[in-house]
Design a protein around this ligand. Structure first.
Ligand code: ATP
Length: 441
């Protein structure tokens, strides 16, 4: 399978099985936007829930916020986005198409019509709109280009309301918007994206320790969501490529089918953000250490994770094809913790009410462990298994006449089928429940 072939297969599976659809599809789509469908949205929620558990809820030093997407435009002046959140743009003089200049092999020639490209200019990637009835410049607001802005502006609110001691952090999941010149590679480069970000506030002397700690948490998270460690590569961003205020940045790159590209980032941002917001807002954004009497601007470590790039990494690394001779079995080897459906229960035959009754009972029993236990009695059992394989359901459970006691020694046992191997075993319902519980813990 070639890499572009793999992407085509994943895009097609996502659409066919209700994971991800092109945005506004019935109107021909809108570049850089995608909609999560019934299974995609649950996969995304499962990933986000794990992130919240690991980055926020299991820790005493973390707090959550859910800030507004529209913010006072001064936020983005202070952060430097109004002046500098731009990508280099080159326009073809002949066909008028626009390209990201730093992604071109030949900076002079149009990759589409071979016409000459004009001079490169900076293109600001923030989406602009207007708040209220006036449409003049005084009413300009931006859709936030990153969620971090809403964290920094709430630093003082969190300190004043909850009085946390340093070090502490604020976590947020939410949408961000970037007017990318060339959205591409399915959900890798979007115009509307989702981020999971932490700003971790520290005493400047603690930065190396905190940086290492978050770096480990990011790897634990990768493991928890089932990303193969050997497909993740840390890239130390060199001095010349780093923002001037950052003393260290690591890009976590992932081996996507279209190349090794940035999945997540971890940055030491110094006191850049809080100092800039303090200067611009004229509101003091400092921390008073009551034990030592020292008052200072905390420094910040920022683990920043894109949700959509995470989902794409999960899908591309979980996609499998098994050659079965007559045909090919496709499945997603998703970690049971994040699989949208944990197990499927089905009666062997559709038109036998006694089987359905027992199967419903078994399903209700298993739903005490997790609600996402599906029901399927359509088509033959082989087809049902294949449908679940394609959405990454780790277990299928079949109820037959032996379950009902046709062979007395097998009464109340069911067939448990494993997604990755296709192997089946005969177990009691209690044992099956135990297997599911252990797998999704
Ligand atoms: P790139 O260099 O690929 O444009 P970036 O360095 O600008 O990315 P950051 O500003 O560090 O990205 O954003 C933090 C995270 O948000 C990224 O690591 C990525 O996971 C995600 N992200 C950024 N831009 C996009 C996008 N256009 N579409 C989807 N996810 C994105």
């Amino acid at each position: 399978m070639t890499d572009s072939n793999l992407m085509e297969k994943i895009v097609s599976l996502c659409k066919r099985r209700g994971f991800i659809f092109p945005g506004s599809e019935i109107y021909g789509g809108l570049a850089g936007t995608f909609d999560y469908g019934p299974y995609g949205v649950v996969l995304k929620e499962n990933v986000e829930r794990l992130w919240l558990q690991m980055f926020r809820d299991s820790r005493d030093d973390m707090y959550g916020v859910d800030a507004a997407i529209l913010m006072n435009p001064k936020v983005w002046e202070a952060s430097g986005h109004v002046a500098g959140f731009s990508d280099p743009l080159a326009e073809c003089k002949k066909c008028k198409k626009r390209f990201r200049a730093d992604h071109l092999d030949d900076a002079k020639k149009c990759p589409e019509c071979k016409g000459a490209l004009g001079d490169v200019r900076q293109f600001n990637m923030m989406f602009k709109t207007h708040a209220g009835a006036m449409e003049d410049d005084s009413a300009t607001v931006y859709l936030r280009p990153e969620t971090a802005g809403g964290i920094f502006t709430n630093f003082k609110n969190v300190i004043d309301s909850l009085h946390p001691k340093l070090p502490f952090g604020i976590a947020q999941i939410g949408k961000a918007f970037r007017n990318e010149i060339a959205p591409r590679d399915f959900i890798f480069r979007l115009r509307e994206l989702e981020q999971m970000e932490v700003e971790y506030f520290i005493h400047p002397s603690e930065w190396e320790h905190a940086f290492e700690e978050w770096r480990k948490v990011m790897h634990f998270f990768a493991e928890a969501i089932g990303l193969p460690q050997n497909m993740i590569h840390e890239l130390e961003v060199e001095d010349k490529d780093r923002a001037h205020y950052s003393k260290r940045t690591i890009d976590f790159e992932f081996e996507y089918p279209f190349g090794r590209k940035e999945l997540w980032g971890l940055a030491y941002r110094g006191d850049f953000d809080l100092s800039a917001h303090e200067t611009n807002s004229k509101v003091e954004l400092k921390y008073l250490d009551e034990a030592t009497g020292e008052k200072f601007t905390p420094h910040v470590i920022e683990p920043s994770l894109g949700v959509d790039r995470t989902i794409l990494a999960i899908l591309t690394s979980a996609y499998r094809e098994d050659d079965m001779g007559a045909d090919v079995r496709t499945y997603l080897a998703l970690a049971p913790k994040i699989a949208p459906v944990k197990a499927m229960v089905s009666p062997l035959l559709k038109n036998k009410p006694e089987l359905a009754l027992k199967a419903r009972e078994v399903r209700a029993e298993l739903q005490k462990i997790h609600p996402a236990i599906a029901w399927d009695d359509n088509g033959n059992i082989g087809k049902r298994y294949r449908r679940q394989d394609e959405i990454g359901t780790p277990f299928c459970i079949t109820i037959d006449f032996d379950t009902l006691g046709e062979k007395p020694e097998l009464k109340d046992t069911v067939t448990l089928r494993h997604r990755d191997t296709g192997e089946q075993e005969r177990l009691t319902v209690a044992k099956v429940a135990e297997r599911i519980r252990t797998a999704i813990q």
